[in-house]
Design a protein around this ligand. Sequence first.
Ligand SMILES: [Fe+2]
Length: 300
Amino acid sequence: MPFDFAPLSARFGAEARGVDVSRPLSEAALAELEAAFFRAQVLVLPRQSLTPARYVAFARRFGPPEPHVIDQFRHPDDPNILLLSNRKRDGQPIGLADAGTYFHTDYSYLAVPARATLLYSIEVPKAGGQTLFANQYAAYDDLSAAMRQRIAGLVAVHHYGNRKVDSETSRIAASPLTAEQKAKMPLITHPIVRRHPVTGRKALYAVSGSSYGIVGMPDDEAVALLDELAAHATRPQYVYRLSYRVGDLVMWDNASLLHSATLTDPDDPRTLWRITVKEPSHALDAVEVLASSFAGSMTM
Ligand SMILES: [Fe+2]
């Protein structure tokens, strides 16, 4: 089935028109979408009308769904769907309101990180609510030869959270975890320069967000280097700002992008359904669990 692809920007991102995810797609159509996804890094499938079951079935093509550690906002019909919403029912939030409003890549704090994140747009706010994407292939390619040499082989230490924020009550902090959720979150390592498990291209990986240190490097030196890389990796020339329409199904490649949500007015309704699929575990490279848990020392 030939789809019509239109670029979202001069640098990356594509919209695939004529795709109806509510119906089973042929193997050829799925293969075409998969290739387009890894080529474009961000793929938008507009005008969808999805049930939870069809949405999850489509997502499975890209990897095994992994429910978020925040388990209180799972879709009642399917736990693989996380509700992102600022709506309330009987005074209680029905979803996660301010998720990921800082540059990060999903599940970089897990040994097997996210391959793709999918957002299905149910309700769009009047203002805000975009997602910023930063192209980490381009950010790596543009590094000086000296910096590429300096960071070759370096391994970052990750845990759940946002390195730049100390207080978990900040709206730009990572969504707070309960003590039980924190206990499931070990220290994890990933290379700073990571070969994409599908395309094989080198990209900067998670230099912003959950990276808190570098193996074998004093903390102050490591954080200074990570901050320098993060400032470079999120410069405007690498960033595309995506706005959602109702019915958009947006999916992005976590191994080659950083992304950041933008804040919305809490009284301006917005609802998305999120599914995150992990990389197949054979894609692991240089991943190592440093400690089974460090729940006692976590502050976020
Ligand atoms: Fe995210």
